[in-house]
Every structure is written in structure tokens, then in C-alpha cells.
Design a protein. Structure first.
Length: 494
């Protein structure tokens, strides 16, 4: 039996355009699928940095795309290859929608693009065109793999279209982001009136791209087994838990992998010294280099202080309101803190103020820097993720690969990847980090203090590092599970 052909519809992909983990996944999963014999290709909007990317060598596949009658500007479909890979990428070339200053979702001032419904309605519609016989193209996928709300209308377009030949998989990376717009968008995006009902894409009087994908797709997947269970509850379901609970038999949680080539301490070009689980000597050199870069106290008395690293969006989800009240106590207990991230302006200001009062112990860098991210993972001793919810999380896996011990809340993918340090897990050598249960500053602090206590036991700490560094978080296992899911989808009869 031949492997399925897959179109991966996404709003971002590393290394072309990235705002978060979706970009990494949109690159690594298709690459791993192709290595296993699946013809996986990517569809993405033609943002400025993509259509002007010289190494993509884009050529025109279709000169005139007939998308919506409400659109009176031209659109084309381009094709290229992601640099240094064999991954084909289709690009929707529509300058009026995508070529502009700012990011994929927001303008340069941080406000959402006012026409996001149209911009990602176009992405969804073009994805659906690939799955219909009436729109023959160079590529006819068996599966359209729709990622997050931006591609969530594709299953609806196929459902209400004619001659569909592709099955649809709705992949939820974060249920909190749903793509909710006014009901007038239904007509604007050429969806039939009957689609706007509780048995469709209607969401509390509005329309939801994500609900469309959940309702009309052939199957739903999310990015960890625990998160698949959590989103069926009121706490994590964001108003969609009833739909998801009723869809339980067509809902699968597959843990994301990580790119073990780019994130490899043995070969990483960004870090001060390479190292491995059999030779950890370079870890200390990276810690020294990280302290110097962040201008933290590097005196003899501070050289043995553990560094806690964080690379994250500064949002309520990530638990910063729980962390900020106890930062001074964590520093008093001997740790240093290095944070890289951006997000909520109030959180940014509060964290910068803390860093200003403790410049020798706390470093806060706003923004995102790929090279610096690698240096934090290599130089930190502990990686902190106090998330309220975390669909999968990648940094805890990067951290373990770099011998940096994660401290996490037991939720989503964090629960599926980090094994708490207990006498039993130390004995059987499965312990890889520290886990706390309840959402609160006190439980967070106690878990960090527990990690700092174990840090003083160098033998145990070294064993924890080795346990984490020898875990297999590669994409191969995840890709194999997706292939099995694709094949089962193709066996489903209407």
C-alpha cells in the first residue's frame, strides 16, 4: 500500500516565518513524514518574507486563483522548495492580503490585522481547492492536515463543495486561539447560510474558524495525549468541550517531537562549547558564557549558583502572575534567572522592573532570538515552565536534550514528557525533572526549592541530566503515529 499524500496547511513555518512552536512543527513534521515515504507538502500565505525569499526559487503553478467573489484583487499559486530540504511549499501570492509590514497575525504596533478573517479564509479555501476534483492541480493530496484556526475553514469548504477527494484532519495546537469573528464573515467568505448554526461554525452568536474545523473535519488531533483529555473539560475546553467530548471517538492526542538535528548540544553552532551525555564538560563553559552575555554576577561566590532559564511568551497562560511574587525568594535561595520573551506589556514592564532592582541576579530580554535561545538551553541548569496549560510544549524537551532540568506544572504535554524526581523514579532512572500539581505561587516556589535542594547533590543532578539527555523526543515516533492516523482516515467511508 502506498503512503498517503498530505497537504500541510499552516500559517507559519520555520525558517521562513515564525512566531512560536507552530512554525517548528510545520517544518519538522512534514520533513519527518517525507523521510518515512509520505509525499508531504506545505501550503502557506505569501507573506513579505516568503515571496521575496530568493532561496525558495518560487515559480507560478496557477496564475489566476478563483477564491471568493468578494475579492476583487488577483491571487496566484506559487511553488518552491524550503531551503536545504526536499519539502515542496505552495505559496498563496496575494500582495493585498499578505505583503505588509508587521507579523503574520498582527501589525507593527501589536494589533490584529483587521482583515484576518479574509486573510486566513483564503488560506482555508485554497487548501480546500487542493482537495476537490473540480480543481485539478499538480498535487492531489489524500489528506489535508489543517493546523489551528487559520486553516479551520478548509473542512467546511470541502463539506459544502463539490467532488471532494481528500479527507481532513484538524490539528489543534492551542484551543485558546479560535479565530472568532462576526457573523457577517460567513457571507463574505462565501460559506452557505446553513453553515451558521450550532451544528456548524456558529459560536455564541459569532463564527469560529476553529469550531468549523472541529465540526466538519473527518478527524481531530491535538499535540499531546493529556491535552486531548483536558480539552474535553470545562476548564480547558474554552466553550468547545461539549463538542470535543461528543467527538471523543474521533479525537487523538499525538505528542509533538522536536528537531533533534537543530537542537543537538553535540553539534550546535550557537553555543560556546559542544557536549554530550557521555562528556558533560562543555556544559559548564556554556553556563559561564551565558552569565557573561547577560552580565550576571560571575564572581567566585556566584559561580556555583544555578541559573534558571525561561524562553516564552509573556502571557497569563504561562503562569507569570504566579511566578512574579516569588522571584525575590527564588533569588534569595541562591538562584539566578535569565528570561527571553515578549507579550503582555504589563508583564514585560514588571519583569524589567525586577531585573533593574537585581541586575546581578536577574536578566530579562524582550523579543525572540534563535541563537540566544540555544545559549539559554545550553547554559541554564534549570528550565522553568509554570504554565496554567501547555498543549505540548517544546522547551521542556529541548531542555532535557541539553541537560537542563525542567521544572513544570503537570499539564498537557508537560505531564506527558517530564517525570518527577522521587525516590522511586531516581531508583529506576526515569526521573527527568520536577513537577508540581496545583496552580499557585506557593506550590511553584516549593517545586523550585525542591529542585535547588537536589541541585546541591552533584551526583544525583548529573544522573538527572543524563536521564533527560538520553530520552528520544525525535519526530520519527510522532510521524509514524500520524501516518497510522492518515491511513485509518482513508479507510473511513462516508
Amino acid at each position: 500500500m502506498s503512503k498517503p499524500r498530505v497537504l500541510f496547511a499552516t500559517s507559519e513555518v520555520y525558517p521562513l516565518v515564525k512566531t512560536g512552536g507552530l512554525a517548528d512543527i510545520s517544518y519538522a513534521l512534514p520533513q519527518s513524514l517525507r523521510q518515512l515515504g509520505v509525499d508531504a507538502r506545505i501550503l502557506i500565505p505569501g507573506y513579505t518574507e516568503i515571496v521575496h525569499h530568493k532561496q525558495l526559487h518560487l515559480t507560478v503553478v496557477r496564475d489566476h486563483l478563483n477564491i471568493f467573489s468578494s475579492l476583487n484583487f488577483p491571487a496566484r499559486l506559487l511553488e518552491g522548495i524550503i531551503p536545504h530540504t526536499d519539502i515542496p511549499i505552495y505559496v498563496i501570492d496575494c500582495p493585498e492580503l499578505y505583503v505588509r509590514d508587521g507579523g503574520p497575525y498582527q501589525d507593527s504596533k501589536g494589533g490584529d490585522w483587521l482583515d484576518n478573517a479574509i486573510r486566513f479564509g483564503v488560506l482555508s479555501k485554497v487548501a480546500a481547492l487542493f482537495g476537490q476534483y473540480e480543481y485539478p492541480s499538480l498535487f492531489e493530496p489524500d489528506i489535508i492536515h489543517c493546523n489551528d484556526w487559520q486553516a479551520g475553514l478548509a473542512p467546511a469548504y470541502l463539506h459544502f463543495g463539490s467532488q471532494p477527494h481528500a479527507k481532513t484532519l484538524m490539528n489543534v495546537h492551542n484551543l485558546a486561539h479560535q479565530g472568532v469573528f462576526g457573523p457577517e464573515v460567513v457571507t463574505l467568505l462565501n460559506l452557505p447560510p446553513q453553515s451558521f448554526s450550532m451544528f456548524g461554525l456558529e459560536y455564541y452568536g459569532l463564527m469560529s474558524f476553529l469550531k468549523s474545523g472541529l465540526y466538519y473535519s473527518d478527524w481531530v488531533s491535538t499535540v499531546s495525549p493529556t491535552y486531548a483529555k483536558e480539552i474535553q473539560t470545562p476548564t480547558f475546553g474554552y466553550g468547545l468541550y461539549d463538542l470535543l467530548a461528543h467527538s471523543e471517538k474521533r479525537l487523538t492526542g499525538i505528542l509533538n517531537g522536536i528537531n533533534v538535528t537543530d537542537w543537538n548540544p553535540e553539534t550546535d553552532p550557537y553555543i560556546a562549547a559542544n557536549y554530550s551525555h557521555t562528556n558533560l564538560n562543555g556544559k559548564a563553559q556554556n553556563t559561564l558564557a551565558l552569565r557573561k552575555r547577560c552580565k550576571l554576577d560571575n564572581s567566585r561566590s556566584s559561580a556555583t549558583r544555578p541559573i534558571i532559564g525561561m524562553i516564552t511568551r509573556l502571557t497569563h497562560q504561562k503562569g507569570f502572575d504566579l511566578l512574579i511574587p516569588v522571584i525575590s525568594k527564588i533569588i534569595e535561595e541562591g538562584a539566578q534567572l535569565i528570561l527571553l520573551g515578549s507579550g503582555d506589556k504589563e508583564l514585560e514592564a514588571r519583569l524589567q522592573a525586577i531585573a533593574a532592582t537585581m541586575p546581578e541576579s536577574v536578566s530579562v530580554t524582550l523579543g525572540y532570538d534563535e541563537e540566544f535561545s540555544h545559549q539559554i538551553e545550553a547554559g541554564a541548569d534549570i528550565f522553568l515552565m509554570p504554565s496554567r496549560f501547555e498543549p505540548c510544549g517544546l522547551n521542556q524537551m529541548y531542555s532535557m536534550r541539553y541537560g537542563t532540568i525542567p521544572v513544570v506544572r503537570r499539564t498537557g504535554g508537560l505531564a506527558d514528557t517530564v517525570v518527577d524526581t522521587l525516590p522511586s523514579t531516581l531508583d529506576n532512572r526515569t526521573a527527568t525533572g520536577f513537577v508540581f500539581e496545583e496552580e499557585g505561587s506557593k506550590t511553584l516556589l516549593n517545586c523550585v526549592l525542591r529542585a535547588l535542594l537536589v541541585y546541591r547533590d552533584k551526583t544525583t543532578w548529573k544522573n538527572l541530566r543524563i536521564n533527560g539527555m538520553t530520552q528520544d523526543f525525535s519526530w520519527k515516533n510522532s510521524a509514524e503515529q500520524y501516518i497510522a492516523l492518515y491511513e485509518s482516515l482513508l479507510n473511513i467511508t462516508a
